[in-house]
Design a binder for this molecule. Structure first.
Ligand code: PLP
Length: 289
């Protein structure tokens, strides 16, 4: 399959490498491509339906929708009830996923937790349930492929960085690349929550370093400083996502000094939607390139 390129960028007088996993595919990109790698290699006739759940801005949802379209698989996606506005937007991950054939099922808030648990108990032959955000041990295979690409590139950097939601990507990357230092930072919840999520998959190795964010950010909330970093990053010629990348870059710029390879985790397709939300809050300072 595709080997992604490595770009050189300059930011605040420092040089960074960027592993361009964002360029793999418009919808099926970033770490979601890596995490779904094993499923992507599955012959179409082995499955007929993927089931998953989570938020309607999710990059995992979009990636699964694109995969299912390519494979001819059905895709059932469960969420809590959504607002009408969200459902009628003609931009963003939700819109594109529906267009690619995703079957969206809303579950009442009170029933949600038990309903999701029941999905794992009632699978039929030919169905596969993907945990929210793709946090599964099956993700390891694809991330090991990414690790091999990094090792084979022979770059003159010994540090890697990638932002965390569930921590699956950073954890498996650190396990596969013992000779590198792997930095990450929590973009959902705090450091303690991230450690807990990782430990559910595997013991955390010593070469994985979790950088503490400057302050407590709430996931997917617009922050002026995130938009500033996003803009600064745009000047390098590479677009990064607005949900995860800003916190990682902020931590990298303030807490590290050495040359780092940033693994682009994708998610750029969700920026349109986020920029609309920034504009609604009066942050009109962005001109898209
Ligand atoms: C899903 C996602 C992450 C988080 O990945 P985890 O493996 O859950 O830590 C980071 N960045 C982007 C753009 C994502 O879509």
């Amino acid at each position: 399959m595709n080997i992604s390129a490595i770009s050189n960028i300059k930011l605040e007088g420092r040089e960074f490498y960027v592993k361009r996993d964002d360029l793999i595919d418009p919808y099926l990109a970033g770490n979601k491509y890596r995490k779904l790698y094993k499923l992507l290699k599955t012959p179409p006739n082995k499955l007929n339906k993927i089931i998953s759940y989570g938020g309607t801005q999710s990059n995992a949802m979009l990636a699964i929708a694109a995969m299912c379209k390519n494979k001819g698989w059905k895709f059932d996606y469960y969420t809590k009830p959504q607002s009408r506005t969200q459902k009628t937007l003609s931009i963003g991950n939700y819109y594109h996923s529906i267009k690619m054939g995703m079957n969206h099922i809303e579950v009442d808030e009170i029933l949600y937790k038990n309903y999701i648990a029941s999905l794992f108990l009632n699978t039929n032959d030919g169905e596969f349930v993907v945990h929210q955000g793709g946090a599964v041990s099956e993700a390891r295979e694809g991330i090991e492929v990414l690790a091999d690409e990094i090792r084979d590139s022979n770059i003159d950097a010994r540090s890697i960085a990638t932002p965390s939601g569930t921590g699956t990507t950073a954890l498996f990357l650190a396990l596969a690349l013992k000779e590198f230092r792997v930095y990450t930072t929590p973009c959902i919840g705090d450091v303690a929550y991230l450690r807990e999520q990782m430990q559910a998959l595997h013991e955390i190795p010593e070469n994985l370093i979790i950088l503490e964010p400057k302050k407590k950010y709430h996931f997917a909330k617009p922050y002026k400083e995130f938009l500033e970093i996003y803009k600064k990053l745009l000047t390098t010629g590479v677009e990064f996502d607005l949900l995860y990348a800003p916190a990682m870059w902020e931590a990298l710029l303030s807490q590290t000094k050495e040359k780092v390879l940033y693994v682009h985790s994708g998610g750029v397709s969700g920026n349109e939607n986020m920029l609309t939300r920034y504009r609604k809050r009066g942050f009109n300072l962005v001109e898209r390139v």
